[in-house]
Ligand binder design. Structure first.
Ligand SMILES: C[S@@+](CC[C@H](N)C(=O)[O-])C[C@H]1O[C@@H](n2cnc3c(N)ncnc32)[C@H](O)[C@@H]1O
Length: 236
């Protein structure tokens, strides 16, 4: 799925998402569970780099995303950091990290359990002994509510954007239909996006993380109420 709305992303979440607060909770959890001695952190599916912007106060950060527009935005925000353009499902980096994060439900784009499991295994291969793999999940089959919809209007540079979202369930996946109308002095632009995310149960996430060789600690609330998996890599 290519986001065509990458340049609107920060404005759309400016009032509803507190990245500084989320990072302070993440830092607490990392401090509690990490036993590796380094500070190297990779944020997979980093989007516009908002978590990295605050994480860089504590860690040596790198990012990874598949979408060139998001990479350009995060690279501008973090000129010192390397942002890799790779697919989270198959990326290969020469470095191992003390912490890998994959946040705001981006893991849902793996869609199927087999892909979830192979993606987590690949991420885990890039984690140092004593390091952490932290996954913020999407909804589960029992918490996802088909028919959920939202509509927002937001000021952006030189104009306004109206966004409507509708979520349905298709073949066991959640499917989000997002329509944007961006208006400024040049006129109105319409953007249409579909997002398909897999619905995995808590047992599936836990099983896939354990199969990748990680000990799992689950935080029920997590950063924004969607839960959070902390996968701990053994020391040896
Ligand atoms: C909901 S956004 C989350 C962005 C960021 N983590 C945040 O918390 O704001 C989902 C992100 O996943 C990225 N993404 C989706 N599929 C991907 C893939 N296969 N490999 C890497 N990134 C992917 C998108 O480009 C987008 O940046």
């Amino acid at each position: 799925m290519m986001y065509q709305s990458a340049n609107l992303y920060d404005a759309l979440y400016a009032e509803t998402k507190d990245y500084a607060k989320e990072v302070s909770r993440l830092h607490e959890l990392i401090t509690q569970h990490k036993t590796s001695s380094g500070r190297k952190l990779l944020d997979v599916a980093c989007g516009t780099g908002q978590h990295l912007f605050f994480l860089k106060n504590h860690y040596e950060v790198e990012g990874l995303d598949i979408n060139p527009d998001f990479i350009e935005i995060s690279q501008k925000k973090l000129p010192q950091a390397t942002i890799h353009k790779q697919n989270m499902m198959s990326f290969e980096l020469p470095t191992k990290f003390d912490v890998i994060t994959c946040l705001f439900s981006s893991i849902g784009y793996t869609k199927t359990y087999d892909c979830l499991a192979s993606t987590l295994l690949n991420m885990r291969k890039h984690v140092k002994p004593g390091g952490l793999l932290i996954i913020e999940p999407w909804y589960t089959p029992s918490t996802f509510k088909p028919g959920h919809f939202t509509a927002t209007i937001q000021e952006i540079d030189g104009g306004k954007v109206v966004r409507t979202n509708h979520w349905s369930q298709e073949n066991g996946h959640s499917q989000g239909d997002s329509q944007f109308l961006v208006v400024n002095s040049s006129g109105i632009k319409h953007i249409s996006e579909k997002h398909v995310l897999g619905l995995f149960s808590k047992e599936s996430y836990t099983e896939a993380l354990e199969a990748a060789g990680l000990k799992v600690v689950y935080d029920e609330h997590g950063l924004i109420g969607r839960g959070l998996y902390v996968g701990i890599s053994p020391q040896t």
